[in-house]
Ligand binder design. Structure first.
Ligand SMILES: NC(=O)c1ccc[n+]([C@@H]2O[C@H](COP(=O)([O-])OP(=O)(O)OC[C@H]3O[C@@H](n4cnc5c(N)ncnc54)[C@H](OP(=O)(O)O)[C@@H]3O)[C@@H](O)[C@H]2O)c1
Length: 358
C-alpha cells in the first residue's frame, strides 16, 4: 500500500486529533426499554426527524445559534413553524444568523460565562410574557492549547458549558411551566463518559489544578451537563416539563476553533471519515425537542435519536453525584438565582397569557 504525502498528513493529523474526541470506546450502549424507539439513526437529519411536525405557535430558545449544530437546530425548528430565539455572545452575529433562516426568529446576546449577561438574556425572554416550549442548551466552549482559564476562580469549561446554562434554566423555568409541555434539551457530549475525570465531578478542585488538559476539562463540563439534566428530570417529576441530555455525534463545526490548524485538520478528517454532517448533527437535538412520543421522557441520555444507557464505568447515572452537583451549582450562582412561586393559572388561558396581557 502506498500512502501519498497528503494522505499521510491527514492520517497523522487525525491521530493527533484523537485526544480531541477520544476515539476508542470501552462502553456498551444499550437501548432504554422504557423510552419508545425511534426509526431514526446516525444518518437521519434534523429535517427528516421533524417531518410532519407542526411547531406553529411554539417558542424555542436555542443558545449558540450562530454556527454548527445550533444554527441548524434553529433553522429546522423555524422551518417547522416555531418562533426561535437564538443567542450568541455577539448580538451582531446572532442577528446575522437569524437573517439566514426562513421563519420567525429573534436574536439575543448571551455570554454564558457572565452571569449578568445570562440574567439579562433571560429577563428579555421573560418580558415577552410567553411560554417557552423548548429550551435548547446548545452553546459550548472547547479550549485549545491546554492552557487552563479561570473565571472567578472556576475553570472556564465548567462555567460556560454548565453553570451558565444552569442559571439560564433556573431563570426561565416558570416560562417552561406555562408551556403545554416544556422541554429542556441539554446538548452534552460523549466526552461526558470518555473524557471526564475518573472520579467524576471535581467537587474539591473546580479550578482543575491537577493534571489539567482541555479534553479532561471539556469532558468534566459535559458530565456536568448530563448530571444536571438527570437531576432536573428528577426535580421536574410530576410537572409537564421534561429534561434530557444528548450527544449530537462527531461533527466538523467551529467547536475546534481554539485548537491549532494541524489539529483542526485532523478533526476535519476524523469527522469526514467517521462523523456526521451538520444536518445529521442537529437531528438528535431536534428529535428530542419535538417528537410527540417523548412527552413524558425525562432524565435520559440520547445518541443517534435514541435513548441509551451505558454499560461501563461511568458517572452518567450517578444520582448522588447529580444531587451534589446541583447543590454546588446553586451555591456558585446563588446571587443570581430566582425562586419560582407556583404558577398562577388564573393569569393564563390555554397555556398562554390572557389576551389582555399580551
Ligand atoms: N461538533 C461536535 O463534534 C460535538 C460533539 C459533541 C458535542 N458537541 C456540543 O454541541 C454543542 C454545539 O457545538 P458545535 O459543534 O455546533 O460548535 P460551534 O460551531 O463552535 O458552536 C458553538 C456555539 O456556542 C456559542 N458559544 C461559544 N462560547 C460561548 C459563550 N461563552 N457564551 C455563549 N455562547 C457561546 C457560539 O456562539 P458565538 O461564538 O456566536 O458566541 C456558537 O454559536 C456544544 O455544546 C458542543 O460541546 C459538539
Amino acid at each position: 500500500m502506498s500512502i501519498d504525502r497528503r494522505n499521510f498528513l491527514g492520517m497523522s493529523a487525525a491521530a493527533a486529533a484523537t485526544p480531541l474526541l477520544s476515539a476508542c470506546s470501552a462502553y456498551d450502549k444499550v437501548p432504554v426499554d422504557a423510552v419508545p424507539r425511534s426509526a431514526f439513526d446516525d444518518e437521519s437529519t434534523a429535517v427528516q426527524v421533524t417531518e410532519g411536525i407542526d411547531l406553529k405557535g411554539k417558542i424555542a430558545v436555542v443558545t449558540g445559534c450562530t454556527s454548527g449544530i445550533g444554527f441548524e437546530t434553529m433553522r429546522v425548528l423555524a422551518l417547522r413553524g416555531a418562533y426561535v430565539i437564538g443567542t450568541s455572545r455577539s448580538l451582531e452575529r446572532a442577528e446575522e444568523a437569524c437573517k439566514g433562516v426562513r421563519g420567525m426568529t429573534t436574536p439575543l446576546q448571551l455570554e454564558l460565562s457572565d452571569f449578568d449577561s445570562v440574567v439579562s438574556c433571560a429577563e428579555t425572554i421573560r418580558s415577552m410574557n410567553r411560554p417557552v416550549d423548548m429550551l435548547i442548551c446548545n452553546a459550548g466552549h472547547r479550549g485549545g492549547g491546554n492552557e487552563q482559564e479561570l473565571i472567578n476562580g472556576v475553570e472556564k469549561h465548567f462555567i460556560v458549558n454548565h453553570l451558565g446554562h444552569f442559571l439560564l434554566v433556573n431563570r426561565l423555568l416558570d416560562r417552561l411551566y406555562y408551556a403545554w409541555q416544556g422541554r429542556i434539551v441539554v446538548v452534552a457530549s460523549r466526552a461526558a463518559y470518555r473524557e471526564a475525570p475518573e472520579g467524576g465531578i471535581l467537587f474539591d478542585d473546580l479550578r482543575i489544578t491537577r493534571d489539567y488538559s482541555d479534553a479532561m476539562a471539556y469532558g468534566h463540563s459535559k458530565l456536568a451537563n448530563v448530571l444536571f439534566s438527570l437531576e432536573l428530570g428528577k426535580f421536574l417529576r410530576g410537572s409537564r416539563i421534561t429534561s434530557n441530555a444528548l450527544h449530537p455525534g462527531l461533527i466538523n463545526t467551529e467547536i475546534d476553533r481554539n485548537v491549532n490548524r494541524f489539529l483542526q485538520f485532523g478533526f476535519g478528517v476524523l469527522a469526514a471519515v467517521s462523523g456526521k454532517n451538520i444536518e445529521e448533527g442537529a437531528a438528535t437535538s431536534c428529535y428530542v425537542a419535538t417528537n410527540p412520543l417523548l412527552g413524558s421522557t425525562s432524565g435520559r441520555f440520547f445518541e443517534d435519536c435514541n435513548a441509551i444507557d451505558l454499560v461501563g464505568d461511568t458517572h452518567m447515572q450517578d444520582m448522588a453525584m447529580a444531587d451534589r452537583l446541583w447543590l454546588l451549582s446553586e451555591e456558585l450562582t446563588r446571587d443570581y438565582l430566582v425562586r419560582h412561586e407556583p404558577a398562577d393559572w388564573a393569569e393564563f388561558e390555554n397555556g398562554l397569557p390572557r389576551k389582555k396581557d399580551r
